[in-house]
Design a protein around this ligand. Sequence first.
Ligand code: FAD
Length: 546
Amino acid sequence: MSDLVTDYDVEADVVVLGTGAAGLTAAITAHDHGTGDVLVLEKSGMVGGTSAMSGGMLWIPLSHQQQEHGVEDSYEEVVDYLDALAPGQLDHDALAAFLDCGPEMVRFLADSTPVELRLYPGFPDYQPNVVGAKPHGSRSLDNEVFPFEELGSWATRVNPPKTGLPKRTSMVEDRFRPELSPEELADRERRDCRGQGQALIGSLLRAVLDRDIPLRLESRARRLIQQDGRVVGVVTEENGATLRIRARKGVIIATGGFEWNDKLVKAFLRGPITAPVSVPECEGDGLLMALEVGASVANMSNAWWQMSTREAAAHRSGKPNYLLVQQERTNPGSIMVNRSGRRFVNEAVNYNSLGRVLHNYDAHTSEFSNLPYWIILDDRFRSRYRFFTSRPGLPDPSWSVHADTIEQLAELIGLDGSALRETVDRFNAGVRAGHDDEFQRGDSTFDNHWGDQSFEPPFCTLGVIDQPPYYAAQMEAGVLGTCGGPRPSADAQVLDWSDRPIPGLYVCSNTMAAPTAGIYGGGGGTLGPGMTFGFIAGRHAAQQMR
Ligand SMILES: Cc1cc2nc3c(=O)[nH]c(=O)nc-3n(C[C@H](O)[C@H](O)[C@H](O)COP(=O)(O)OP(=O)(O)OC[C@H]3O[C@@H](n4cnc5c(N)ncnc54)[C@H](O)[C@@H]3O)c2cc1C
């Protein structure tokens, strides 16, 4: 769409759309690489998007943290790994840019901002048995806790975690449980120290504030302004008013994915999303704006799949606040079954691969055979582990049911009782024999990593289901976000269908076609590439002529 606009309401060199981790990284990088004149627009009233609710981990192969730990890794191994998982699908230019610039991005943040990332030892890659994988970890980075007292009045402007309660610990501390002294814990409480995604966004936001980069909240970018083929600005909506913002050097789209936009989901994805776990502002605004100016797209039928379920509390927007499901399916003593009452997958496999199985199509019944699906567990599980929002001893989640027998449980959720009985019996027999012959749950370091560490593999994740009462809850086809969108060049410029960059337009975050082609390499598989392209985009845009 071509405009002849001469009067602008606001001007900056680089305009960044979105305040997730990728957007904030882009803004800081642009500021420090040749332009002090950066402006950030954010659709919601809060900073940080889904990134602030996340674990905050980054998958960055070949980082300086790896070197400091003496970890052996190579460019070739990473490419072999991703190639094996997405044969023929990788964009090797974008992938090379990710692998070259990921370590640079991490180094830049370490040298220039309060962001503190350290290696998460032992966190296995998500497909550890594939060539080039690191089954015993080393490519995932974790955040040190960050004191929110340093954000002043901005502390209340950071999107809170899903539970509303920030963790005072990092992911590494959660895992290895070092003895933190009562003084240390009290100090963390007093300084409002937060770990994980809160730490990532908190420390990035501090860097933005230190540079006096203006943040305009409740500003929804709607349309790009293009003149003579170049993107020169953006039209945004603020409190019912429409503003024209000039971007002398470039516009960087970091608006997240399109998972909350039903039309886009139906148009592009290979199956339904019934419960996304991201912020509801991820409605594909960036994708739509880029399509209007001729962007080409890739990876559109895929997403960062995730298992999710309902949560009682609503999001502040009034939209549902869906809960991500992890330990319920990886701790011992639970299984997941489909509408036939049968297991259909290794429940402990990584969420991104598991999500693909939810869209298996039954050519006979013309249905998705694994939707809906349910989690089934017994009282031993219930009394040991968290069950969604509920800890042992606390009331059950309101949307779960329980019964004294497997058959009664099946009746409550509308499944065939004898099929479910048979499924549970077969699973128990496998556990007692020490192997899941059906789906190989517990065969990989990954499966066991996410289970109960007080057992030996494979029993970190394999446990019989035989202690009544039995519990069930319906599960949903969730996503962390989508991973398809405008194709980035190696400089993060948006490419058109002739592979020419659209001048002045950049993309990063879950808005872009992921350089890993939607393969979740390891812990941090979305934030690592998303922030790296934020870094690349910020640097390139800042270095353009005005
Ligand atoms: C509980 C949980 C744990 C997770 N853990 C991890 C993890 O450890 N590692 C990992 O890699 N991934 C993790 N994820 C996934 C990860 O959080 C997301 O993939 C990532 O945060 C997406 O970042 P983003 O910048 O694309 O989007 P977001 O962080 O959602 O940011 C997009 C921002 O753009 C804004 N926006 C949207 N439209 C507009 C517009 N038109 N104008 C202006 N602004 C706009 C939004 O309001 C939002 O603030 C987790 C997710 C959850 C829910």
